[in-house]
Write a protein that binds this ligand. Sequence first.
Ligand SMILES: Nc1ncnc2c1ncn2[C@@H]1O[C@H](COP(=O)(O)OP(=O)(O)OP(=O)(O)O)[C@@H](O)[C@H]1O
Length: 451
Amino acid sequence: MSGLKKTLLIVEDDPGLQKQLKWCFEQYETIICGDRNEAIKHLRRAEPQVVTVDLGLPPDPANASEGLKTVEEILALSPTTKVIVVTGNDDRENAIKSIALGAYDFYQKPIDTDVLGMIIERAFHLHELETENRILAAREEHEALQGIIACSQSMQKIVRSIEKIAPTDVTVLLLGESGTGKEVLARALHNMSERKDKPFVAVNSAAIPENLLESELFGYEKGAFTGAVKQTKGKIEYAVGGTFFLDEVGDLPMALQAKLLRFLQERVIERVGGREEIPVDVRVICATHQDLPILIEDGRFREDLYYRISEITLKIPPLREREGDPIILARMLLQKYCEQHKRNLKGFTNDALDALASYRWPGNIRELENRLKRAVVMADGKLLTREDLELEDIEVENFPFNLKEVREKAEKEVINRAIGYTNNNISKAADLLGVTRPTLYSLMHKYGIME
Ligand SMILES: Nc1ncnc2c1ncn2[C@@H]1O[C@H](COP(=O)(O)OP(=O)(O)OP(=O)(O)O)[C@@H](O)[C@H]1O
């Protein structure tokens, strides 16, 4: 079983049966115990893949309640464990209850070890298959998100949304400041979708001169304009079967907005100078750092196109709103650039870490990359300093002295809020905070908060 030893936990209080079962299942690493507490202890320690639970356990062996509780606790702690319930003769009701709780199977006494053995072996087999599936699924997801750092809560949310949206074909609009990773996230959407083995084609509308953009996107026929010497496919056509990523969609000229809308509505394109409608199966992801509703108000963006491209909108938070991410990204980039430039730097000084965490990062991750690249090349010492990062002039919030300081600051803030909220009614504020009035008074005294 993939090199992992098969561990079977038997929860059975009858000493005779304990002995018999141990003897019958010696091909496994078998652990035997007689009550719920012991079962949970062994579950935590030995992590058995399969557990059999006799429902009639002490202190009330005539009743199934302790057994059912054991099943519930095992599955709460380790939902992947396969639990087989052993019930008394004719106790179908509790057998069904255990299945409803999530048990894998049940078996009624008297025990026939051959039959029970088959059920146990099947449970090990299923556990193995499920484990392999989980590992494969996690590996695929990991590969799709490779190199994307998203430890902060705000980015975790985005990653969860991307996982949900990826398998669908909906048109996604990614909003976010420049350098927040819109393109890498679009790529992740593609890599997690069924289109992953087909092309991902990205075009930045702002980077291509307006007069070339139409032929770049839609292609052109031979003779369509001077210099059009042969029929040429556009970027959308190159993405057939895959994903087309249009960055800076807010910069698209009005005439092209109409053409893009038609393509999104009808899923056909027409090359410049062509008459033929070419059907294309392409998933579209758009991105912009601009505020599209304002562009719509100014008459610079079509409202109908906006609704078409924003079937789902994801707002990518700027780096300054990703608690903890700048430092993790900086460490990853330091390693990457040290390898690239063959430098042997060990890390960051404390004041550099404080600066990385406090800086507002107007250029987001791209700016972080640039600062790190430069610092790695230029640094004299073994640790990168604030000066190496050219962040010496920014105001820095020092790392808090300790957790107690953070807790006290938060406590003071929320007490002030509760008192303001209840208009100085201390009883109500205490209720709101879930403490007694005397406790609240003593906290107010501690923090110097006036009534
Ligand atoms: N979460 C992340 N983890 C690691 N690297 C990232 C992450 N997000 C972005 N990057 C890196 O930051 C740089 C900028 O990302 P990207 O080009 O995707 O941003 P963008 O929002 O599309 O920028 P722009 O709007 O300027 O085109 C890239 O080099 C990318 O690899």
